[in-house]
Write a protein that binds this ligand. Sequence first.
Ligand code: F6P
Length: 549
Amino acid sequence: MTEAITPLTARPAWRALTEHHAAIRERHLRELFAEDPGRGESLAVEAVGLYLDYSKNRITDETLRLLLQLAEASGLRARIDAMFRGEKINITEGRGVLHVALRAPRGATILVDGENVVPGVHAVLDRMSAFVSRVRSGDWRGHTGKRIRNVVNIGIGGSDLGPVMAYEALRHFSDRSMTFRFVSNIDGTDFAEAVLDLDPAETLFIVSSKTFTTLETMTNARTAREWLLRGLRGDEKAVARHFVAVSTNAEKVAEFGIDTANMFEFWDWVGGRYSMDSAIGLSTMLAIGPDHFRALLDGFHQMDEHFRTAPFERNLPVLMGLLSIWYVNFFDAPTIAVLPYEQYLKRFPAYLQQLTMESNGKRVTLDGVEVDYQTSPIYWGEPGTNGQHSFYQLIHQGTRLIPCDFIAFHKSLNPMGRHHDLLLANVFAQSEALAFGRTPEEVRAEGTPDWLVPHRVFTGNRPSNTILAEQLTPEILGKLVALYEHCVYTQGVIWNINPFDQWGVELGKALAQRIIPELESEQEPALDHDGSTNALIRRHRKIGKRSKG
Ligand code: F6P
């Protein structure tokens, strides 16, 4: 039996890590730093403008050696190459996985079924740029001749979270004379609130959906169309000036009534949660302009090249992926907190939730065998310093081990008095407090009465990474997103699962289709669900219909 097909937990590298974990799990970061005060610099890597300090992790040189050995034994190098070569590594859907082609420079060659996809990528980018320039300059006008001032992206999941996150993250670079809104939820409130103060004559809708079949997006798109036509006296011709589509499915776009001349294409080798740099980024490009969008893509590409070529011991996504495996699989850590100390990154944790958990929330291997180890942790977080006054208590003194990724920037985009140094002081203080804590002796020495000492002790030994960059720019955002994309792939390779399908979302969608007519029918339907679901449906039919009056 070769190493590659030996079950993960039976591999020598895994077993060695299990033994090593037993030997060092009690070691405290206080000791590790006392033994090697230089680890703050030696366990840090700088690449493509991102600095990763991973010294406050519960690792030794031996841990790193074994984790790197695990990566080699899992065939990570070959699997990275397979992705970049366009191999059909998404085996359950028979597709290549080529978000890296979306940011490949003009002139690069990446083959899918023998065809170089890079020229097509740039053709779409050029069309997007031309369209964006027309809208931003006022050349593209609404049906009544008014300038487009509002852009509403309608999409969900990967067709929403990336655009929302990027818009918020890059707001500093956006055209402030335009209003951007994002509608995702099928809850009508989302649409109602998004357009409440908008003039239809000045509003452009981008219907973003890879499949163009998603219930939420199609329902919202139909509602948007009715809203527009109501506001523009029912003139159907208005649709062409106020609706564009982003999709892989030209047929469905045409069926919906959007001229495919107003469609920006992407491809089935781009996963939804990996698509913010495809035409799904049209709202981002409208906000920040084509040049900044190209800088964003360049940032992605630089991280792609780093991931593809850097030795694993200096490879940021590989190191972060391996460290997450160390905590999830050996320390049983259920979650990882991502804590950006940058207000513009307020939606970054939400974006990462889909990227990480829809990718690696899997329970069978590529061969369909149930795993006997944990896969994706739960990713969550909020921007600092807000989180400090909310859930950090649990991270510092709770019973669970929660590894944290702190993200911060040396320069503020809005320098204002002391704010930025105070912000940075907080992020550095948090990782210091988590790692080193405060001993009972230290607490007592402050004059704390004995009975209060246990409450005031910080055990420390709580690990974190700190990611620093100079300033949040489009280029840096691309690097950060690609860092996590490739960290997710690294995890998926080690766990031997497919990070690129999402069958887990199907059952709920199918059951909803069955329940819709049961809620809408005039006649009392014969219900055939479980007792709980039947009762919930009956209750809603009774109360919901009554309140509709
Ligand atoms: O339901 C999950 C999902 O398929 C995501 O993977 C995807 O990002 C989202 O729905 C939206 O899909 P689409 O872009 O096809 O509307």
